[in-house]
Design a protein around this ligand. Structure first.
Ligand code: FAD
Length: 166
């Protein structure tokens, strides 16, 4: 394969221009709850219901998911910006977080939605591992989502006459 030199900063900026929601991945190992902020999340399949997350090789969450073989994806709401920062290790002083339980997994209250999964399969791809989750439960609230684009947290603003279904 031909090697093309692409500047790392430019590459990050280009990929960061793809606006996403923000999730916190949660799991439990030996009665200890672990969480990590992630926006590399996508829907994979409807039948069966499968989703994917991508975890960096240096993240502690990698081993936690391998150990627990299950995880929850908490899709954050606009008022959970601090949770995103806390679970990305970006807060100087962290507060204690209260988790509730859904389908046997710790989850964050006030999220827009929660998806619980059993680990279906995993693929090491470069410096990340893609975990495929087999969905075991879903939960939906009436909150607006937190967005992330171009290195900043953002809020949703509806455009007029933009309703569509896919
Ligand atoms: P740790 O460093 O152990 O935990 C992260 C933080 O969460 C720590 O500060 C810790 O105190 C806190 N925490 C963990 N458990 C608890 C608990 N039970 N109670 C209270 N606090 C707790 N990285 C990826 O690999 N993939 C992605 O898709 C991704 N997307 C990101 C999107 C955004 C918007 C941001 C800001 C970061 C993203 N990251 C992503 C980076 C990732 O969130 C950080 O590198 C993270 O710190 C790695 O966490 P860790 O598993 O090593 O866990």
């Amino acid at each position: 394969m031909q090697q093309v030199e692409i500047d790392d900063r430019l590459y990050r900026n280009v990929l960061g221009s793809f606006a996403t929601g923000v999730t916190v991945i949660t799991t439990e190992v030996d009665k200890m709850v672990h969480g990590m902020t992630a926006n590399a999340f996508m829907s994979v399949s409807l039948k069966p219901k499968l989703v994917a997350i991508s975890i960096g090789e240096n993240a502690r969450m990698l081993q936690h998911i391998k150990d627990s073989k299950q995880f929850a994806i908490n899709i954050l709401s606009a008022n959970q910006q601090n949770k995103s920062k806390q679970f990305a290790g970006q807060l100087k002083s962290e507060s204690e977080v209260t988790f509730t339980y859904f389908k046997g997994l710790p989850i964050l209250d006030d999220s827009v939605a929660v998806i619980t999964c059993d680990l279906h399969s995993e693929y090491v791809v470069g410096d990340h591992t893609i975990f495929i989750g087999h969905v075991t439960g879903v939960k939906l609230e009436q909150n607006d989502p937190l967005l992330f684009s171009q290195g900043k947290y953002r809020e949703l603003k509806a455009l007029e006459e933009s309703e569509t279904t896919i």
